[in-house]
Design a protein around this ligand. Structure first.
Ligand SMILES: *[C@@H]1O[C@H](CO)[C@@H](O)[C@H](O)[C@H]1NC(C)=O
Length: 534
């Protein structure tokens, strides 16, 4: 008996040791690092909503939690931004609620039956215990967890006047918020999966002001840090987490070293497809400039901080042309600075959203039934963002890789010195490129050569083509042929896997931008992404 028990214990211990390697994160300048080794750890997360009325991670009524967690890992994410609502931890009528009761409150009989079928063990557990079990399952899959305080009252987020927008709003009392942060920091103390807590999602509304922002964000950070000094603390901006520009003027001085990360959200909401279709380059330029001014600057300023792009995403059905073009623009900008991120969203559906049961999520990685990815090509397109391209302690990149954001692929030189699009893991390396200079393959004497209208791009020892970035987006690379005419790199539209040179889209022969343009220049967007030897 005794031996068996010891062997049993040993087995449990070994299992725990292999699958739940606890990692403590901290920061070094603009990088998130493993506190133990000092090496960079890049958060490549999916958002998983769990803050809505039933207070359950979405999808548990459709698939077993073990399946969902393993799918997140299988699809290439290393982390989950799991959302929660304050009341779940502060109000007795929520704290003690069993899953079955929580679903009954909204007459969600079908969801209850679904959980009974797929995750029967959860039905009579409290909503908090289910959250803990889900976090445990994510940990078993080696997924890191960032716990995001999304709302106070459990509900869909966000609008200006939903009472959850800013401290002092109807449901958003400062003390109760701090109490919730304390409870969560305590509940996950020593939990090997949880690496960070974000203090509040998408501040917004009429009450917004910077005096309170600094005051309460500091209080929140101190509260979490006091309770649990291991966690990274993620601090979000104003105006739906789109603005941290005020940090240029007043730093977030708080006396907590190496634990503060800022977060931002970047969507194309409010900019219609017609505008994107008419002015793709201009809009991309404007979008990138605004993001730079509002939050991307944080990684490069004197007091540099890590920036976690904790929400971005598109309608994965591919039918929203504004989304389709914005995401290429975003991929180029985000790949360049190699920041941490979380895609909105993993869930393919909601148990209950805005008064309706079983609602589809068009931005979801999973489809409505959670049995397959909604759009496998989209997940593949994130490959450059999943890679850790820059190391934490390097000052300068050692080479560049060339991303084609529309395909998500990178440029690779083929056997016949032809130019291909392939997985970014095997991307060819380029030397630093001076605008208007040669484009040289690292460690070789070969240069990228222009080939006229519709010809195949290639590399050759005959280094003559001088490449400059053209168009307002700065993402089209052009060089002159022997006659002095400019041609741009372009993905071959017939095979989507070779690179050709073609007449530059949306600019004239003099390379001046067209004010509007019916062509889609995305096919000609190429971005040099700085990288280091790992
Ligand atoms: C573009 O792709 C098509 C289809 O594979 C191929 O036949 C053609 O040669 C390619 N164009 C160039 C210039 O390589």
């Amino acid at each position: 008996m005794a031996t068996k028990a010891i062997i049993g214990l040993l087995f449990v211990f070994l299992q725990f040791a292999t699958i739940c390697e606890a990692i403590t994160l901290s920061t070094n300048s603009r990088w998130i690092i493993d506190q133990g080794t000092g090496k960079r750890v890049k958060l490549t997360c999916a958002n998983w909503a769990a803050h809505m009325e039933p207070m359950l991670p979405e999808g548990l009524e459709k698939k077993p939690v073990s399946y969902i967690a393993s799918q997140i890992a299988k699809l290439g994410f290393n982390c989950v931004r799991l959302t929660w609502a304050t009341y779940m931890f502060t109000r007795p009528e929520y704290v003690n609620l069993k899953v079955s009761e929580s679903l009954d409150r909204y007459s969600l009989a079908a969801a209850k039956a679904g959980i009974g079928k797929n995750n029967a063990q959860f039905l009579e557990m409290s909503v908090i215990d289910v959250q803990k079990a889900v976090v445990g399952e994510l940990g078993k899959n080696n997924l890191m967890v960032v716990l995001d305080n999304t709302v106070s009252m459990p509900t869909w987020c966000c609008s200006d006047d939903d009472g959850n927008g800013f401290w002092g709003d109807k449901y958003f009392a400062v003390d109760e918020w701090l109490q919730g942060l304390t409870a969560v920091a305590r509940a996950y103390k020593g939990n090997p999966a949880v690496v960070a807590m974000s203090l509040r999602n998408e501040l917004r509304g009429k009450g917004q002001n910077l005096l309170d922002w600094y005051r309460y964000m500091k209080a929140g950070a101190q509260t979490v840090h006091t309770e649990n000094p291991d966690f990274l603390i993620v601090v979000s901006g104003t105006s739906y987490d789109s603005d941290l520009s005020f940090l240029k003027l007043t730093d977030f001085e708080i006396g907590i070293n190496n634990k503060i990360v800022f977060e931002a959200h970047w969507y194309t909401f409010g900019t219609g497809a017609d505008k994107w279709e008419a002015q793709t380059n201009n809009l991309c330029a404007d979008f990138t400039k605004t993001a730079q001014r509002n939050y991307l600057f944080l990684t490069s300023q004197y007091h540099a901080y890590p920036l976690f792009l904790s929400e971005f995403g598109i309608d994965q059905r591919g039918t929203n042309e504004a989304d389709n073009r914005y995401i290429s623009c975003l991929l180029a900008a985000v790949a360049e600075i190699d920041i941490d991120w979380a895609l909105w969203a993993f869930q393919g559906s909601y148990i209950f959203r805005e008064g309706k049961p079983d609602v589809d999520e068009a931005y979801g990685v999973m489809n409505f039934n959670w049995d397959a990815p909604r759009n496998p090509g989209f997940v593949d397109r994130l490959q450059i963002l999943r890679q850790t391209n820059q190391v934490a302690d390097s000052k300068n990149p050692s080479y560049y890789i060339m991303l084609h954001p529309q395909s998500g692929q990178c440029v690779q030189i083929g056997n016949t010195n032809n130019v291909l699009l392939a997985n970014c893991k095997t991307a060819s390396r380029w030397d630093q490129h001076e605008d208007g200079g040669l484009m040289k393959l690292s460690g070789s004497s070969l240069c990228l050569a222009v080939a006229g209208d519709g010809g195949a791009a290639s590399v050759s020892g005959n280094c003559r083509s001088k490449w400059k970035y053209v168009s307002s987006s700065g993402l089209q690379l052009a060089a002159q042929d022997g006659m002095g005419k400019y041609f741009c790199l372009e993905m071959n539209g017939s095979d989507h896997s070779t690179v050709i040179t073609k007449k530059c889209l949306c600019v004239g022969d003099d390379l001046r931008d067209f004010s509007t343009c019916a062509d889609n220049p995305e096919v000609q967007w190429f971005k040099l992404v700085p990288a280091n030897e790992p």
